[in-house]
Every structure is written in structure tokens, then in C-alpha cells.
Design a protein around this ligand. Structure first.
Ligand SMILES: NC(=O)c1ccc[n+]([C@@H]2O[C@H](COP(=O)([O-])OP(=O)(O)OC[C@H]3O[C@@H](n4cnc5c(N)ncnc54)[C@H](OP(=O)(O)O)[C@@H]3O)[C@@H](O)[C@H]2O)c1
Length: 335
């Protein structure tokens, strides 16, 4: 396939390049696109330097599949142009996710939603992907009634500038000086910020609202009650989530562990006696979604489970899921 990557110089773009190679995606040619700031820069693809080009309306001629990870504004402008030029677009931004005609897909969960696509496919939000990867296999056995999730999201979810800000602020604070925030509204080093994206009139942030809406769309569970609190934490890579899930029928800890042990893309790490549970430092760089601390929720002993879910937000939360969507389209002959 002739591939284009928009946002190829960014954190997700870099992971896309790596993962396409690691998974031996059938690439005939690859066009690396970014803003005018990076035009002319060279990136290595399969050991060979490839020149980054500025994204323009002409960038998509002859492209079979375009991966977008350059933010909502870029997607808003260029995704329709790429689709019109004949490319199948897999978009990492939130721009098209809730359009009823746009498939919002986690391949382990709803691959059939790709059928009949109209050349624009949305990759879900990182926090949503890792949560539904664990909830959906359980939901198939005992339908979910209600989900409460609190997230602990790493700064790489905001992009490269946020990672640099965490490093700089950490140094500054350790040297006894005052840190000045640029990317976030407050200092992120040695701190937590319960603000991810803008706040809506109902008091939820856009990130929290994405988790509500996208979970329902991916799982085909429009009536699912769900509430989220999303928090940015001073971790470089890997999002963590404390999830409380209420099921219609009793779901024992043993049953949940058995179901999740069989779930594709999920790995159970759960032995509190030896401090075995997932954590972001260990999850970074891995493809699985990790789950542990699985326990009966004492506030709902007949149908509630509490658990701790961790994944690499740049891989399964973004680039890997996008590549898996591409693979599914190819396998099923839908591209
Ligand atoms: N990070 C995550 O965990 C995550 C997860 C899911 C989805 N996403 C989404 O993926 C996107 C990128 O995230 P990231 O973390 O990779 O950000 P990033 O590290 O800040 O990279 C941004 C990329 O977008 C490019 N870009 C910026 N303005 C552009 C323009 N006008 N035209 C073309 N390219 C432009 C940048 O190119 P230059 O180098 O030329 O500036 C760079 O390649 C965002 O939409 C984000 O919401 C991120």
C-alpha cells in the first residue's frame, strides 16, 4: 500500500512509523507529512532516510491509506481532501469520531463497524481504548449497567512539548526555582491536574465527555451509565485508570480473571501478595492493555468489580490501534 502519515514528526507519528515496520504492514511507499516547520527534515524508515514534506491538498494523490495524527484542526481541513483524493483515512483526532457515519473502531471489539465505511475512520481516544478493551469482554458475559472511571494520564498524551515541559519543570523545581507553566494551566512537575481539554457547561471536561460518548459508541451500549474524572499526572508514558463497573449479574473476581485471560490484547497482572499489578513505567513500550487489582466492589457486592487498567497511550492508545484498523481493512478486503 502507498501510505501517508500526517503528523509524522510527532510522538504518535513516530510510533506509527515504528509499528508499521514492526508488524510488517504491507508498505510499498511511505509519504511523511507534517507542518512547514518540519519540511525537509529526514526521518529513518526501514533504515533509509525519508524527507518530510509540508502537508498540502496535493499530498494525497496516489495514497491508498493515510494515517492522521496532527490535531483536530489539521484533520478538519485535510481529512476530507485526503478521502476525496481516494485515500482511506484513519484519523487519530476527535474531529469525526461522533459522526454517525464514521466508524469508531477498536479492532478487538467492533471490527464489523468498518464494513461499508466511507473512507474516513476514527481512532478512539486513548483513555477510552484501554478501558473498553477490558470492559467489553466482561460486558459480553454480563452486560454493564454503570461505569465510574478515574484516569491518571501521562503527559505524552499532550504531545512532545508536554514531555519537555515535565522534564524542564522537574529540573527547575529540584534546583529550588519556580517553574513557569506553558503547556498546562499549572505546574505539572510534582503535581496533578484534574483538567484535560476544555470544560463544558455540565462541569465535565471534553476528555471526560469523550470517554462517556466514545465508550457507548464502540460498545454499542447507548444506555450505559458512565462517569469519568480525567487527571493529568507527571508520568511520561502510560495512562492508568481506576475503574468501578456494575454488571447486571454477579461477576466474580475469578470469572473476570478467566474471561480477561482469554481476551485478545489484554494481559492480567494480578497478584497483590507479590505486588504484581500493572503500572505505567512497566507498560510503556508494550502493546497489551494490562489489568490488575481486580476485586469485588464492596459498595456493590452482588454486581460490582473494581480494577486498575494501564496501557501505553502512544501504542494501543493511538498508533497501534490505528495500524490494527488498517490491518483489519486489508484482511477483510474492505480497502
Ligand atoms: N499522544 C497521545 O497519546 C495521543 C493519543 C491519541 C490521539 N492523539 C492525537 O494525535 C495527534 C498528535 O498527537 P502527538 O502526541 O503526536 O502530538 P505532537 O507530538 O505534538 O505532534 C504533532 C504533530 O502534528 C504535526 N502538525 C502540527 N501542525 C501541523 C499542520 N498545520 N500541518 C501538518 N502537520 C502539523 C506536527 O508537525 P511539526 O513537527 O511540523 O510541528 C507533529 O508531527 C493529536 O490529534 C492527538 O490528540 C494523541
Amino acid at each position: 500500500m502507498d501510505i501517508a502519515i500526517v503528523g509524522s514528526t510527532g510522538l504518535v507519528g513516530q510510533e506509527l512509523i515504528n509499528i508499521l515496520q514492526q508488524r510488517r504492514f504491507p508498505v510499498t511507499s511511505i509519504r511523511l507529512l507534517a507542518s512547514d516547520r518540519s519540511a525537509g527534515k529526514k526521518l529513518l524508515v526501514r533504515g533509509e532516510p525519508v524527507v518530510v514534506q509540508e502537508t498540502s491538498p496535493q499530498s494525497f494523490a496516489g495514497v491508498d491509506m493515510a494515517f492522521f495524527s496532527a490535531g483536530s484542526e489539521v484533520s478538519h481541513h485535510f481529512v476530507p481532501l485526503a478521502a476525496k483524493a481516494g485515500a482511506v483515512v484513519i484519523d487519530n483526532s476527535a474531529t469525526f469520531r461522533m459522526e454517525p457515519w464514521v466508524p469508531l473502531v477498536v479492532p478487538e471489539i467492533n471490527p464489523d463497524d468498518l464494513k461499508g465505511h466511507r473512507r474516513i475512520i476514527a481512532n478512539p481516544n486513548c483513555s477510552t481504548i484501554q478501558m473498553v478493551m477490558v470492559l467489553y469482554p466482561l460486558h459480553k458475559v454480563s452486560p454493564l449497567k454503570r461505569v465510574i472511571v478515574d484516569t491518571y494520564q501521562s503527559v505524552s498524551g499532550t504531545g512532545e512539548a508536554a514531555m519537555e515541559e515535565l522534564s524542564q519543570q522537574t529540573r527547575t523545581v529540584l534546583e529550588g526555582r519556580e517553574a513557569t507553566p506553558h503547556v498546562y494551566p499549572h505546574q505539572i512537575a510534582f503535581n496533578l491536574l484534574p483538567e484535560i481539554d476544555v470544560f463544558f457547561d455540565n462541569g465535565y471536561s471534553r476528555e471526560e465527555w469523550k470517554m462517556v460518548q466514545e465508550t457507548r459508541k464502540i460498545m454499542h451500549a447507548q444506555d450505559l451509565a458512565i462517569s469519568a474524572t480525567c487527571v493529568r499526572v507527571p508520568v511520561y508514558v502510560g495512562h492508568s485508570e481506576a475503574v468501578h463497573a456494575d454488571f447486571t449479574q454477579l461477576m466474580t473476581v475469578e470469572a473476570a480473571r478467566d474471561i480477561l485471560a482469554e481476551a485478545p490484547g489484554v494481559k492480567v497482572l494480578d497478584d497483590p501478595d507479590v505486588s504484581l499489578y500493572p503500572h505505567p513505567w512497566a507498560a510503556a513500550g508494550h502493546d497489551n492493555v494490562f489489568v490488575g487489582r481486580i476485586r469485588q466492589d464492596v459498595s456493590n457486592p452482588t454486581g460490582g468489580l473494581a480494577m486498575w487498567i494501564v496501557a501505553d497511550n502512544l501504542r494501543k492508545g493511538a498508533a497501534l490501534n490505528a495500524v490494527q484498523i488498517g490491518e483489519t481493512l486489508i484482511e477483510r478486503g474492505w480497502v
